[in-house]
Design a protein around this ligand. Structure first.
Ligand code: HEC
Length: 155
């Protein structure tokens, strides 16, 4: 019995280490990949300011999409978002990035944003990223906010 308990403990520890290592790797790749985003979202992710009172893009620090259901976050990044014409303070455009991010980089940048800037949300693996790409493959244009909301509902 004692041996069984010990080997169970050892197995759990091994799994935890593998997860930690995967997360560390994703965080590292994600930090670099975030440079693709920071041109608009800013190095501090609060949105690159355009003085006097405009921004290239909204803050990702207080974004519910970033820390919510990963499907909605993936959808926004893969397909881009239709520009909201009523928001005149945001001058940039969230373009589709599916062609410039492979599954590893998509997972990494999502994991990085979900676990930086005081966020503490679950890891997104390259397998998840692959699944989202497959799930949304028929969407050929930037999505609406309503589509993001739908994708963000817990399945
Ligand atoms: C060319 C500028 C630009 C780049 C590059 C860019 N974004 Fe965006 N992003 C925007 C704009 C503008 C919006 C707001 C879209 C709207 O509502 O009109 C946005 C919105 C978002 C949103 C929705 C936020 C919310 O809560 O409403 C997420 C998530 C997001 N971007 C993630 C990313 C990630 C991750 C990257 C890098 C992989 C990235 N963006 C790169 C301009 C950009």
């Amino acid at each position: 019995m004692k041996y069984l308990a010990l080997s169970l403990l050892a197995a759990t520890a091994a799994v935890a280490t593998a997860d930690d290592a995967q997360k560390a790797k994703l965080m590292e790749t994600g930090k670099t990949t975030f440079m693709t985003c920071s041109a608009c979202h800013g190095p501090d992710a609060k949105g690159m300011a355009i003085p006097p009172d405009m921004k290239m893009a909204p803050s990702l620090v207080d974004s519910k999409i970033v820390v919510g259901e990963p499907a909605a976050f993936a959808l926004a990044v893969l397909k881009g978002i239709q520009k909201d014409p009523t928001n005149t303070k945001i001058i940039g455009m969230m373009a589709p990035l599916e062609a410039s991010l492979d599954d590893e980089k998509l997972a990494a940048v999502m994991t990085y944003l979900r676990n930086s800037f005081d966020h503490n949300a679950s890891v997104v693996t390259p397998e998840d990223a692959k699944k989202f790409r497959e799930q949304f493959k028929d969407i050929k244009a930037p999505v609406t906010r309503a589509q993001l909301e739908e994708a963000g509902k817990k399945k």
